[in-house]
Design a protein around this ligand. Structure first.
Ligand SMILES: N[C@@H](CCC(=O)N[C@@H](CS)C(=O)NCC(=O)O)C(=O)O
Length: 209
């Protein structure tokens, strides 16, 4: 048995698929359509109790949830792909720092603008919650552009799984529309990742032009 990835087009399974493509590892894709709320089905929640995608099942049957954890796991399991520096290298800490920031500070805003009705008992609050979440999400990217300042990658010339993660998630919330002007470094990072030969076909399936 190889890897099994539960996900959907345009979701957090995109960067996981991109990392697997970069590694050259075989994967079986299992569709969990968000439009049908398939992620909330009781059977799927046995794998991912939060009711979220992605979920990766390792060849030995171990279940890994949380996109950043999945990507670090893949990088560590395939050191020959060079997707993360070793633990003793400070560059690894830098890569993990920015991955964790995007996972912890940006991704929750996505839930808030995709599902604003979850965050108030009053349905009339939903549009304001979504609008504020979209703005706060953009603030995170402005900070990443300024403080992480990828050039072209998070670790300078050294490509890593952090680049895949940041690039893929930067396309959400209409990133392609406003980032070229407001976050030019993140925009250039996204283009550099999208153009990698192994990633390009996966990128095309997950990122709307
Ligand atoms: N912390 C999770 C967040 C995953 C997440 O929110 N995924 C979205 C799709 S990109 C999802 O499954 N949303 C469905 C829902 O919240 O019901 C991770 O990093 O994997």
């Amino acid at each position: 048995m190889g890897y099994v990835l539960f996900g959907d087009a345009g979701s957090g399974s995109g960067p996981v698929e991109m990392a697997l493509a970069e590694i050259g590892a075989a994967v079986e894709l299992q569709e969990v359509p968000l439009t049908k709320d398939a992620q909330l089905a009781a059977e799927y929640r046995k794998l991912n109790p939060m009711g979220r995608i992605p979920t990766l099942v390792l060849p030995d049957g171990t279940v890994v949830t949380e996109s950043a954890a999945i990507l670090v796991t893949l990088a560590d399991r395939h050191p020959e792909a060079g997707l993360l520096p070793p633990g003793s290298d400070s560059a690894r800490a830098v890569a993990l720092r920015w991955m964790a920031l995007v996972a912890g500070e940006f991704y929750p805003h996505v839930t808030r603008y995709d599902y604003p009705e979850r965050f108030s008992a009053d349905p009339s609050h939903a549009p304001a919650i979504a609008d504020r979440a979209r703005e706060m999400a953009r603030e995170v990217w402005r900070l990443v552009d300024r403080e992480c300042a990828p050039s072209p990658f998070v670790l300078g010339d050294r490509f890593s799984v952090a680049d895949i993660y940041l690039a893929a998630l930067s396309r959400w919330n209409e990133g392609a529309r406003w980032m070229p002007a407001e976050c030019p470094r993140v925009e250039a990072l996204a283009r550099a990742v999208a153009g990698r030969p192994r990633i390009a076909p996966v990128w095309a399936r997950h990122v709307r032009p």
